[in-house]
Design a protein around this ligand. Structure first.
Ligand code: B16
Ligand code: MG
Length: 219
């Protein structure tokens, strides 16, 4: 029986992925690394530090910075990111999401957020969605990042529901892995070929319908 929906934030509820990209690209440029939109796909759903490590790898500079210097680089990226997201407002909620959230609550189901971002509360507040959710679990609350299932399992636990009764919604490969490792039903947003593990894939958020997803879950 379906009890809850647990959503990823970046790339599902709003497109902060673009701001993460712009901030990482600027930082990479500062240290002489070319960082493309394609490279950025690798960073979706993974933590800030792991993202930095991947960028250094791409640029062949993995061994060039001390742990302290990496902290400085990561916080520089975050300051830039924070300046970019000050403009976020409810109009930045992706198509179909508000309607979906309303339908979920109208059907008496629980609603959780499972984000790998330490800025999830700020973004949710700017979107005006903080009060729509029964629980928000972010990177400050958990130890293990996606693809580890911890963030989704913690959300289910705090909602008081079994993982098998949850639908997880994600736009990142690492995120879908986390949902499946948590033993939940996985809805992926993006190109079908990227998500062999997902139970259902939609090309964009606007294609999601509460009734359709519920029916697929119950099948
Ligand atoms: P921050 P999500 C993730 O959020 C992003 O997809 C990922 O690209 C980002 O590196 C990560 O948050 C950390 O974000 O630097 O704000 O802590 O998609 O899990 O909501
Ligand atoms: Mg995401």
């Amino acid at each position: 029986k379906l009890d809850a929906f647990i959503f990823d934030l970046d790339g599902v509820i709003t497109d902060t992925a673009e701001y993460h990209f712009l901030a990482w690209q600027a930082l990479a440029g500062d240290i002489g690394i070319t960082f493309t939109r394609e490279d950025n796909e690798l960073l979706k759903g993974i933590s800030r530090m792991e993202s930095l490590e991947k960028i250094l790898e791409i640029g062949g500079r993995s061994g060039d910075f001390s742990a302290e210097e990496k902290e400085v680089l990561a916080s520089k990226k975050n300051d830039h990111y924070l300046s970019l997201i000050t403009k976020i407002s409810p109009s930045d909620i992706l198509p179909g999401i508000k309607e979906l959230l309303v339908a979920i609550k109208a059907n008496g189901l629980k609603l959780g957020l499972a984000s790998a971002s330490k800025n999830a509360f700020t973004v949710m507040e700017s979107l005006g969605l903080k009060n729509n959710f029964d629980v928000i679990v972010d990177a400050k609350t958990v130890i293990n990042g996606k693809p580890h299932p911890e963030v989704f399992l913690t959300a289910a636990k705090l909602l008081g529901v079994e993982p098998e009764s949850c639908i997880g919604v994600e736009d990142a490969v690492a995120g879908v892995e986390a949902i499946k490792a948590a033993n939940m039903f996985a809805v992926a947003i993006g190109p079908k070929e990227s998500f062999p593990l997902a139970d259902v894939v939609y090309s964009e958020t606007g294609a999601l319908s509460f009734e359709k997803v519920k029916e697929l879950f119950e099948k």
